[in-house]
Design a protein around this ligand. Structure first.
Ligand code: LIP
Length: 270
């Protein structure tokens, strides 16, 4: 599974990079004018979906650009795919986007799936992040481990913001309550890269509200296999209300603070 994900993700990354170099055009907007899809997003997803179907015709598929034609499959496995995560970065030419491919046991429900393998490829840096369930996380051949930092005031924390301006204002209130209590914030603009950066120790923690399954399916497995605790608030798994990732002891300090800030800002927590 992992080798199939890796091969297709690397080929898809090469396709995305070629299209970026040739110039990128918006095909449509989705949930808001800021939430765009490019022709390259659609082309890359079609390439990934057809490549997976050729190799594993009985598996399910759930991709960001084809949720209306998601297939359940008959094998009990589902491929969860973000063809270009960091779409706005890709559109603007900011070198921080990735191809994210995960295979899960079950359907594309983060509350019930078991992630088996995942691959995140950053075409600009040529970085290939991989993980398999219970067998570790890697950047290339280098095994990854999260930072063991325990002091929140020294934590470099990643986050992101919604395509809805009303939600972004509330997220700004959360950020205002947090930023004075940590080392600094990074807003990279691609959830899968944020999660891989936690795995690689480039971020101490990451939190974001409103992620879709394709945003975190592969990156969450990579972060988890590098030693991060990846979850939602309380007993919930990482999902749309919030995705949290850090070493377990740092997350035990950060989670209640974020829960209070989310609640005060009027953001849902479950
Ligand atoms: C993006 C996420 C990012 C988030 C953006 C957007 P997309 O996914 O990776 O973390 O802050 O709002 O959701 O739309 O580029 O696939």
């Amino acid at each position: 599974m992992l080798e199939l994900a890796r091969r297709i993700a690397v080929e898809a990354a090469e396709l995305a990079a070629r299209r970026r170099a040739a110039g990128v055009e918006v095909a449509a907007s989705k949930s808001s004018p800021e939430d765009v899809v490019t022709f390259a997003d659609r082309e890359v997803e079609l390439f990934i979906r057809s490549s997976l179907a050729d190799a594993r015709p009985n598996d399910g598929f759930f991709g960001e650009e084809s949720t209306d034609s998601a297939s359940a499959g008959t094998s009990g496995l589902t491929w969860v795919v973000d063809p270009i995560d960091g779409t706005v970065n890709y559109l603007y030419g900011i070198p921080a986007y990735n191809i994210s491919i995960a295979v899960v046991e079950g359907d594309a429900n983060p509350q019930t799936w078991r992630a088996l393998a995942g691959c995140v490829v950053n075409p600009v840096l040529g970085e290939v992040f991989t993980a398999t369930d219970a067998r570790g996380a890697f950047l290339g051949q280098q095994q990854l481990h999260v930072n063991p930092l325990l002091d929140l005031s020294q934590a470099l924390v990643g986050t992101g913001f919604s395509y809805s301006s009303d939600i972004r204002v509330k997220q700004g209130l959360v950020l205002a309550g947090l930023i004075g209590q940590v080392r600094d914030i990074r807003r990279i603009g691609a959830a899968a890269l944020d999660l891989c950066n936690v795995a690689a120790g480039r971020l101490d923690a990451y939190y974001e509200r409103g992620l879709s399954p394709w945003d975190h399916a592969a990156g969450a497995l990579i972060a988890r296999e590098a030693g991060a605790l990846v979850k939602g608030f309380g007993d919930l798994r990482a999902d749309r209300p919030v995705t949290l990732a850090a070493n377990p002891r740092l997350l035990a300090i950060l989670e209640p603070l974020l829960f209070d800030l989310f609640t005060s800002a009027g953001l849902e927590t479950d």
